[in-house]
Design a protein around this ligand. Structure first.
Ligand code: PMP
Length: 455
């Protein structure tokens, strides 16, 4: 072997011309083939990349991207520290590909209790890198070229590009706002599906519907009646339901989060998606999960084993400990799943008051940690540019972060291209923030209001 390598090395060292030729060849060797796969066409822009950068550059108060600026609960942090520095050094190594056994076991127990059905931890649960990867697995596993996927607007923006990357066709149906009576503030419950319009979107080509309740960005918590309407259509047209329930614990005013998988005929056709990031206020950990029948999850496992394969073991271990605690304290006042919504409801109410006081009309969310507000009364501050391609709310949010230091996300980012300009006078705030952050936001809004009213 060595003798055979000799001549070619000598050749390389002695043949000056050849080696010079090689280097000039390599420096000029630009590719002429198109490098971008067709599936990426038209999906290269991402609202978060753009607005996160703007917030980092200009904001003094960031109510834009959806993450808490307060820490996760102590019991969760302690569980992570223990997993990291405890005696079980195997927690630093790979674990089971489809979910660390303690985590899938407790998730099966927990969701089995909620859904009132026996769940097998090995086949009815799969752990993912955040809810994002769970969504990605669903679209890759179920959607073929030309399949239609119904998406309810406004929607968490990644659904559309993920459907397209899988070769599918998103079909949009909007929640339609109804004006509230007696000059009351609008609630997210006032945004409803038109049953006939929804039914008209189902066809032979429909493979799945994406449901997100509680909904980001509106905070709408779908009622039993609304879920039954969707469920009946899914059963009638033999359609799958991808149910993004990452905000399942964040519901207010005594509202109940109803799992569509618990409705008649739905378990067999639904994948439930959850997120430890939202559940335990630890979005940076990126632990998510899917729960559903093996006949669906087996295909998610195929995508997972051929892409990500595995999620961080220590984070899974700590989340498992978190769920064990929550199962013990289920429904009790000490439970984090009871305490967190209580605290967030108070924060929601502060932000509602503060926005209402300056005339940025809030739509009161029934769930999530987001709140959408109407900016119509502020239009004079950011003059319209009639022929601009950019929706007004997007220009408004950019102007606001640059001139007032307050970051928020335009609602049009949660609509598809064709509908962006129909809902372009709202912005979304995140209220999972420390009191000091919400107070600082209130100060900015108050000062702004004074500048507007003073001659
Ligand atoms: N679904 C919705 C509706 C979300 O709002 C988010 C996060 N903003 C996700 C999924 C992704 O969650 P994760 O951080 O666990 O990937």
């Amino acid at each position: 072997m060595l003798r055979r390598a000799g001549p070619s090395l000598r050749h390389f060292l002695l043949e000056g011309k050849a080696s010079a030729g090689y280097s000039s060849y390599s420096s000029e060797a630009k590719m002429s083939k198109p490098v971008q796969a067709r599936r990426l066409e038209g999906i290269d822009k991402n609202i978060w990349v753009e607005f996160v950068k703007l917030a980092a550059t200009y904001s003094t108060v960031n109510l834009g991207q959806g993450f808490p600026d307060f820490p996760p609960p102590d019991f969760l942090k302690e569980a992570l520290v223990k997993a990291l520095s405890g005696e079980n050094h195997m927690l630093h190594q790979y674990t089971r590909a489809f979910g660390h056994p303690p985590l899938v076991k407790i998730l099966a127990q927990f969701f089995g209790k909620l859904l009132e059905r026996d769940l097998d931890p090995m086949t009815n649960v799969m752990v993912t890198v955040g809810a994002y990867q769970a969504l990605f697995c669903c679209f890759q596993a179920f959607i073929d070229e030309g399949d239609e996927v119904i998406i309810i607007e406004p929607f968490f923006d990644c659904y559309e590009p993920m459907v397209k990357m899988a070769g599918g066709m998103p079909v949009f149906v909007p929640l339609r706002p109804k004006a509230p009576k007696d000059g009351k503030l609008m609630s997210s419950a006032d945004w409803q599906l038109d049953p006939a319009e929804l039914a008209s979107k189902f066809s032979e080509r429909t493979k799945a519907i994406v449901l997100n309740s509680p909904n980001n960005p509106l905070g709408k918590v779908f009622s039993r009646g609304e879920l039954e309407l969707i469920a009946d259509l899914c059963v009638k047209h033999d359609v799958l339901c991808i149910s993004d329930e990452v905000y399942e614990w964040l519901v207010y005013d005594g509202k109940e989060h109803i799992r569509i998988a618990s409705l008649r005929g739905m378990w067999d056709r639904t994948v439930i998606i959850g997120s430890a990031g939202k559940t335990f206020s630890a979005t940076g950990w990126k632990v998510g999960w899917t729960v559903g029948p093996n006949r669906l999850l087996q295909h998610l496992r195929t995508v997972h084993q051929n892409s990500v394969y595995h999620c961080a073991t220590v984070a899974q271990e700590a989340v498992a400990q978190g769920f064990q605690r929550e199962l013990r304290l289920y429904g009790k006042p000490e439970s984090y799943f009871v305490q967190l919504p209580k605290e967030l409801q108070q924060k929601r109410d502060w932000l509602v008051q503060s926005l209402d006081a300056v005339g940025m009309k809030p739509i009161i969310p029934e769930g999530t940690y987001f709140l959408v507000a109407d900016i119509s009364q502020f239009k004079s501050d950011v003059p319209d540019v009639p022929d601009s391609d950019e929706p007004y709310d997007s220009r408004f949010a950019k102007w606001m972060v640059k001139n007032k230091g307050l970051a928020a996300i335009p609602l049009s980012a949660f609509y598809c291209g064709a509908h962006k300009n129909n809902y372009n006078h709202f912005i979304r705030f995140c209220f999972a923030k420390e009191e000091a952050t919400l107070k600082a936001a209130n100060d900015i809004l108050q000062k702004w209001k004074q500048e507007k009213t003073s001659p």
